[in-house]
Ligand binder design. Sequence first.
Ligand SMILES: Nc1nc2c(ncn2[C@@H]2O[C@H](COP(=O)(O)OP(=O)(O)OP(=O)(O)O)[C@@H](O)[C@H]2O)c(=O)[nH]1
Ligand SMILES: [Mg+2]
Length: 263
Amino acid sequence: MKTLIIIPTYNEAGNLCPLLKEIFMRARESDILIVDDNSTDGTGELANQIHTENPQVNVIHRPGKLGLGTAYLAGFKYAIAHNYDAAFEMDADFSHDPRYLPDFLKVIEHADLVIGSRYIPGGDTPSWSPVRRFISGSGNVFARFMLGILIQDCTAGFRCYRCEVLRSVDLDTIQSEGYAFQIELVYRIMKRGFKIVEIPIIFLDRRVGKSKMSHKIVTEAFSYVIRTRLGIGEKMRESPSSLPLRTLLANNTDDGIWANRNE
Ligand SMILES: Nc1nc2c(ncn2[C@@H]2O[C@H](COP(=O)(O)OP(=O)(O)OP(=O)(O)O)[C@@H](O)[C@H]2O)c(=O)[nH]1
Ligand SMILES: [Mg+2]
């Protein structure tokens, strides 16, 4: 399967080289796309230099910090245009440990979307404070309950999509960023009846560099869930009232993988 690992970067110069080295140790055949937003620490130039040494690594440069959601959308469109079979979302800060890549690659052979989940047996967030755990955990419960999503970790950002799934979700109508972006994509994909599988991951804090997390990202996620539940605006087409009643079956399979699918 021809796969692309999309890595959005904003000031990740300290992480980039060690990360790419570890990725190639685990997923030698995959190509990498860095989407850099004119980082001020030289990440973009570093990415160019890596590209000249290794054409398996490509770079999209954008003029300024335009947000994580649009960075992934640019990456997805690149994956579709270049005929990849599957595309990963992966952070540059080592929170998404490359050691899980072989698990994703195995499971995507039989799934449409694979999510690295912190909230199924075997998954964890050991370095988070109780407050951060509470915000993420309650946000997930809220989104799942309001939108009828039976995925345990719908804000997770370590994912592998089949490109045919990305083709089907009308990427141009997605406007969310941050957590809302992840919820919106999983919700749309679930509604179209694709097979979504969660695999456990241990999510660690970034090794070096600064977080770009903000209160705005959390507020946006709550707002997206409420607007979608109420069927406000364009999201009406995606409203939960159009979900088939027997939408999802959650199976905790023998190998510790949770599968959700329309049946
Ligand atoms: N291209 C691009 N990348 C971004 C932008 N904001 C964040 N990123 C990248 O997206 C990934 C996730 O950002 P983080 O700062 O780690 O945010 P987070 O993972 O939600 O928060 P932490 O848990 O605190 O690390 C990293 O690879 C960032 O460099 C942006 O506006 N544009
Ligand atoms: Mg991070």
